[in-house]
Design a binder for this molecule. Structure first.
Ligand SMILES: Nc1ncnc2c1ncn2[C@@H]1O[C@H](COP(=O)(O)OP(=O)(O)OP(=O)(O)O)[C@@H](O)[C@H]1O
Ligand SMILES: [Mg+2]
Length: 338
């Protein structure tokens, strides 16, 4: 488990005023999970994640890895703990004057690994990331996705328990992003490595994270399972972030012209798979229009959003509203014509 307890990081400089990059942030990351950190630019995500391997020292607060408080580690104990924590970055940070194999060799030599172990491990790592045939190539000649694969192989070279990923797919196109995320997930499942991933893309969170923390202006404003955060965002920042994935825009014309009432309904879990609407139609003898809708699957669990329009007498509408409140996750009136 990784635990950050009330971690603050303040950057001080003589020329400029102090920057409180991280303020009293607390998170617990379970062993073996994929934990996402999302937030706006400058929110302090990178700074927070860099406290996990003490690339950034907290100004106050504690960093605990597997029950051991490492906050004050220095020298050999710090080097040893860092070997257990691999890291990858948006721009890969490979050494272009060395071949792919030498990039990995360099990381293993720095960790004091013996030559025979290094030479045995390099091809294993390269085949894990699907780049065995590129061993002698310069990283400069590889595509972005291939470079990130090399960076992943290098980060895994010393068999870490934790992999920190700072925007690992932000420089990649959609298909490449997908393949890198699949690789990370595969590594997580096969080796039980705990993964912490910073991203500004909610799609990344949705596709691989188990839990997520949302960061704004140095603070963790919300955290929870990915499903809960998407289905029920509390903080405004979270609402903004998930909006792209869970809103449906109706054309103004349609709203202006619609005679009746327009409801927005959210379904969670098994509700999304039961015939609630057709039951409502039968129960209240309704005519209803489905104006917009979609079902998202997050970690295999459905989350549905539906916008319906109904024209009916007021008492029927009231009864329908009550029925929907009882049988769905939430129902809201979007518009009512005069
Ligand atoms: N070494 C540093 N010295 C001074 N200020 C810094 C330093 N590193 C980061 N900051 C400041 O701390 C704040 C948080 O930066 P950080 O890089 O952690 O944000 P971020 O959420 O990772 O942003 P992005 O999404 O743009 O990568 C910013 O205001 C940044 O300018
Ligand atoms: Mg950053």
């Amino acid at each position: 488990m990784i635990e950050l307890r009330n971690v603050s990081v303040t950057f001080t400089s003589k020329q400029r005023r102090d920057v409180e990059a991280v303020k009293q942030a607390s998170i617990s990351i379970n062993t073996g999970e994929i934990f996402g950190i999302v937030g706006t630019s400058g929110a302090g995500k990178s700074t927070l994640v860099r406290t996990i391997n003490l690339l950034e020292r907290p100004t106050s607060g504690r960093v605990i890895i597997g029950k051991v408080d490492i906050t004050d580690f220095k020298g050999k104990s710090l080097r040893d703990i860092r070997l257990k924590i691999g890291m990858i970055f948006q721009h890969f940070n490979l050494i272009h004057t060395k071949s792919v194999a030498s990039n990995i060799r360099f990381a293993m030599k720095a960790a004091g690994k013996p030559d025979n172990e290094i030479e045995q491990r390099i091809p294993e790592l390269l085949s894990l990331v699907g780049l065995l045939e590129k061993a002698h190539t310069s990283p400069a000649k590889l595509s972005g996705g291939q470079k990130q694969r090399v960076a992943i192989a290098r980060a895994l070279a010393n068999q870490p328990d934790i992999l920190l990923c700072d925007e690992p797919t932000s420089a990649l196109d959609l298909d490449t992003t997908k393949s890198i995320l699949e690789l990370l997930k595969d590594i997580n499942r096969r080796f039980g490595i705990t993964i912490v991933i910073i991203t500004h893309e909610m799609d990344v969170v949705k596709s691989i994270c188990d839990r997520v923390a949302v960061m704004g202006e140095g603070e963790i404003v919300e955290s929870g399972t990915v499903y809960d955060v998407f289905a029920n965002p509390n903080h405004n920042l979270t609402k903004q972030l998930v909006r792209h994935s869970l809103t449906l825009e109706l054309p103004d014309r349609l709203i202006a012209e619609f005679k009746g009432i327009i409801f927005k309904i959210i379904y969670r879990g098994s509700q999304a798979e039961s015939p609630i609407l057709s039951e409502a139609v039968a129960l209240f003898n309704l005519k209803l229009n489905i104006l917009h809708g979609k079902i998202e699957y997050i970690g295999g669990k459905p989350l549905g959003l539906l916008i319906i329009g109904v024209a009916a007498p007021a008492d029927t509408i009231a009864a329908l509203f009550k029925y929907l409140q009882e049988s769905t996750y939430s129902v809201e009136v979007l518009h009512e014509s005069d």
